[in-house]
Design a protein around this ligand. Sequence first.
Ligand code: MG
Length: 167
Amino acid sequence: MADEHRVGTAFDAHRLVAGRPLVLGGIEIDSPVGLEGHSDADIVCHALIDALLGAAALGDIGGMFPGTAEWEGARSTDLLALAWERVRAEGYELANADCVVVAQDVRIAPYARAMRERLAAILAVDAGRISVRGTSTDHLGFPGRGEGAMAHAVVLLRRPEPGRTRA
Ligand code: MG
């Protein structure tokens, strides 16, 4: 029997407003506006969580972390750690994750390395398995007008066949 591979994909978007910190991939970005939300609204972590849960068919972020007082103001890196713990408990390893942030005036490149290292530490993999990139929509749509930002994530999980352990 061969190793099992499972792919997951996800998307998240939040509104950009004044008076909120901008946290992406667990890193605070220097910005006059931040993402609005029940938690710290880190769309990179939210998309990653949903992609991981989706790949393992374990539901979604809203099911695991409902909009209750318990999760108000939560750090999304903590939510990611909890979601990964649940996925890992099913025997999965993370082959890689690829995240794309879509925003008009937020430059990701200067922070990408720090985000990748932060996320890799939470997911207990080498930073070489995690990609974070940014793009814009050339002023089109809500990201282009600066009303919000979105993130996409794709992950590949691997579950070694029973009785075989990975180096
Ligand atoms: Mg979200």
